[in-house]
Write a protein that binds this ligand. Structure first.
Ligand SMILES: Nc1ncnc2c1ncn2[C@@H]1O[C@H](COP(=O)(O)OP(=O)(O)OP(=O)(O)O)[C@@H](O)[C@H]1O
Ligand SMILES: [Mg+2]
Length: 265
């Protein structure tokens, strides 16, 4: 089943992530205030909001990097810790953080090697590391070292690496933020292809309104001081999406609505 139909069936499934009255505090400072939210399995959510509103904190909360100060967070019905140990999610950051002495292929294979060396029985993608590199458009560059690749190519290696343990949830924190617009467009299309082919659920943080609208089935808008949920906007544009859709009145309408929300933050 592809991701779009997976989403249609989501009502019958355990949510990919569920937050119930979740709070995050750093000392006296409230970074996230009382967020309740369900992310359907197979969905693509973009996350927007002003700097400091808690976007990265929200991903870190879901991925068991920080505990809630109050409330509950679960991932596919498990605690975030159990989901982390079962490799149910993977992270992609703005910086690809590849090991410079290992080829693209060897970087993608790394999580599998680590799992094996620790004797952990980890899930493995149906696609081989080679096929995952092909899926992200890097066929022929498998043996290149990171310094021989462009920034966009390095991000694609990071995405292939994130997929190698067959995560059901991909947490992406401004993964294309440092790239030029053309490269970003290209990677947006490639990411939608990955989503449709794998059925993975995606939470995608961005500062770009067009990118959020172009990718997401929904856009989660957060507010700052303290970080909290502002609005969830359904993006009712058909998939597969194309760059040309950005010139449609519907797309412009969504962008304008989100810009208005951001300005009101
Ligand atoms: N480890 C920490 N200790 C103290 N405060 C923190 C910590 N991590 C985040 N914060 C604070 O929590 C708030 C939310 O931070 P977060 O990084 O989630 O924002 P963001 O929405 O991702 O911002 P940006 O768009 O700039 O990446 C900020 O005010 C930040 O200073
Ligand atoms: Mg951030």
């Amino acid at each position: 089943m592809d991701a779009v139909s997976l989403n249609a069936a989501a009502g019958t499934q355990v949510p990919a992530a569920s937050l119930r009255n979740a709070w995050v505090k750093f000392g006296q400072f409230t970074a996230i205030q009382d967020i309740s939210l369900e992310i359907e399995a197979g969905a693509f959510y973009s996350i927007l909001g002003p700097s400091g509103c808690g976007k990265s904190t929200l991903l870190r909360l879901v991925s068991d990097l920080i505990p809630p100060a109050a409330g509950e967070v679960s991932v596919f019905g498990k605690t975030t810790e159990a989901a982390r140990l079962a490799r149910e999610f993977a992270f992609v950051f703005q910086d690809a953080t590849l090991l410079p002495w290992r080829s693209a292929l060897k970087n993608v294979e790394l999580p599998l090697e680590i799992g094996r060396s620790r004797g952990i029985d980890i899930p493995v993608s149906d696609k081989s590391p080679m096929e995952l590199l092909e899926l992200v458009g890097l066929k022929g560059r498998e043996h290149a070292l990171p310094h021989e690749l462009s920034g966009g190519m390095r991000q694609r290696v990071a995405i292939a690496r994130a997929l190698v343990c067959k995560p059901k949830l991909l947490l992406m924190d401004e993964p294309f933020g440092a790239l030029d617009e053309m490269t970003r467009d290209h990677l947006n299309l490639q990411l939608l292809k990955v989503w449709e082919e794998t059925g993975v659920t995606i939470l995608f943080v961005t500062h770009s309104i067009p990118e959020a609208v172009f990718l997401g089935q929904k856009v989660l808008m957060l507010k700052a001081h303290p970080g909290r949920l502002h609005e969830i906007v359904d993006i009712d544009l058909p998939y597969p999406r194309s760059i040309a859709q950005r010139d449609t009145p519907e797309f412009t309408r969504y962008s304008a609505h989100l810009r208005g929300l951001l300005e009101a933050c």
